[in-house]
Design a binder for this molecule. Structure first.
Ligand SMILES: [Zn+2]
Length: 122
């Protein structure tokens, strides 16, 4: 299975213009109508440090709360205290999500300006 990189790029551009933050491969696959989540994830990871910033978010082992994110490639801390339920747990990559943000997100005001520009064009 492959993915349509053009559709993924378009979806990312649109997400950027909307001012999206904190998305994952599932979200991007949904936006771009792709079914190969792993390929989308690998593609997003290839943009880490360039357009995107990838982080690993661990799941609290008691309640599955997403908490304690680290930069992708950063050392995993020996323990994390969940910021929601205060449960202390040993983070494991098996129970983690990879999440993405834009390295240089548009500020709210510029998002509005860009949106206005877009409306003028269409
Ligand atoms: Zn928790």
């Amino acid at each position: 299975m492959g993915i349509d990189f053009f559709k993924v790029e378009d979806a990312l551009k649109e997400a950027y213009m909307r001012g999206e933050t904190r998305f994952n491969a599932y979200t991007v696959a949904f936006w771009s109508n792709q079914s190969d989540i792993l390929a989308v994830n690998n593609y997003l990871l290839s943009k880490n440090g360039n357009v995107l910033e990838a982080r690993i978010e661990f799941l609290c082992d008691e309640n599955n709360h997403p908490t304690g994110s680290i930069k992708f490639g950063e050392k995993i801390p020996p323990s994390i205290t969940c910021h929601i339920c205060q449960n202390e747990f040993i983070p494991s990559l098996e129970f983690s999500n990879i999440i993405f943000n834009f390295s240089n997100p548009l500020s709210r005001s510029s998002t509005k300006q860009e949106k206005k520009k877009l409306q003028l064009v269409t």
